[in-house]
Design a protein around this ligand. Structure first.
Ligand code: F6R
Length: 245
């Protein structure tokens, strides 16, 4: 695993955006695996900026997102499809027909997962997978568990997640209770992995995931086995491992 230390969140975002942009320049028809959450926002902002200046062309890029809430429509502002459109796709010259997010409106779990696996298989491999990391070591919605789930699957959201999300909805009934997520095998098959983390509240999990034992109880720990994984963190996120890297 390669660690890149940056001064702050802004520099972390620029370093990650540089690697993504290099990937697009080297292989204009590449497949990017993308993440939602707060950490990638600075990366997407930087990519939009470079696109606006004419430095990157996304017209031949395909994207595959990690996850989506079950039963949320793409125009619900809490859906990950909405997030990706708002924070990246609407501002660059990507062909939206080649941007994939699990279909939250497909309530048949098997069909939703099979369809997403078929899409993933049809693109012949993810060239670069961007990942954030949860405080408990989750990647995508692969939560701590007794085993690594391999391909796209439906997960029951933790009660704490449902309660935290409740503030974004008019009623508790509307809060998603399940989500579809890419599995660990698919993530591990990406040719390149790019993990981003910022802030001291990620310092403990960075140490546990990347310097502790490999275990499904800390899903991100499996990335220690990936042949080409780069972890970009700011000083705050690396404060518990300074002597180890
Ligand atoms: C997002 C995702 C999640 C986040 C993780 C970190 O698609 O799958 O695993 O990457 O929860 O979220 P932030 O960046 O908000 O700390």
């Amino acid at each position: 695993m390669k660690f890149i230390r940056t001064e702050d969140y802004y520099q972390m975002s620029r370093a990650a955006a540089n690697i993504i942009s290099a990937q697009v320049i080297i292989k204009p028809d590449c497949v990017l695996g993308l993440a939602t959450g707060s950490t990638p926002l600075g990366i997407y902002k930087q990519l939009i900026d470079w696109y606006t200046k004419g430095d990157i062309d996304f017209s031949n890029v395909t994207t595959i997102n990690l996850d989506e809430y079950k039963a949320l429509s793409p125009d619900n502002d809490q859906s990950y499809r909405y997030f990706m459109n708002e924070n990246l796709f609407n501002h660059i010259n990507i062909n939206k027909n080649k941007t994939y997010v699990p279909n939250g409106l497909e309530l048949d779990e098997k069909k939703a997962c099979d369809d997403y696996n078929s899409i993933i298989n049809s693109v012949q491999g993810i060239d670069l997978q961007l990942l954030g990391i949860g405080h408990n070591g989750h990647i995508g919605f692969n939560e701590p568990s007794d085993c690594f789930a391999t391909e796209t699957h439906c997960v029951d959201l933790a009660q704490s997640t449902i309660e935290a999300n409740a503030r974004f909805f008019d009623s508790y009934e509307e809060v998603p209770k399940q989500a579809y997520t890419m599995g660990i095998k698919t993530i591990m098959h990406a040719k390149k992995i790019l993990v981003v983390a910022s802030g001291e509240n990620k310092a403990d999990i960075i140490k546990e995931a990347f310097f502790g034992p490999i275990t499904p109880k800390v899903p991100a720990s499996i990335l220690q086995l990936h042949p080409d994984a780069t972890i970009i963190c700011d000083n705050d996120a690396l404060q518990k491992v300074s002597e180890l890297i």
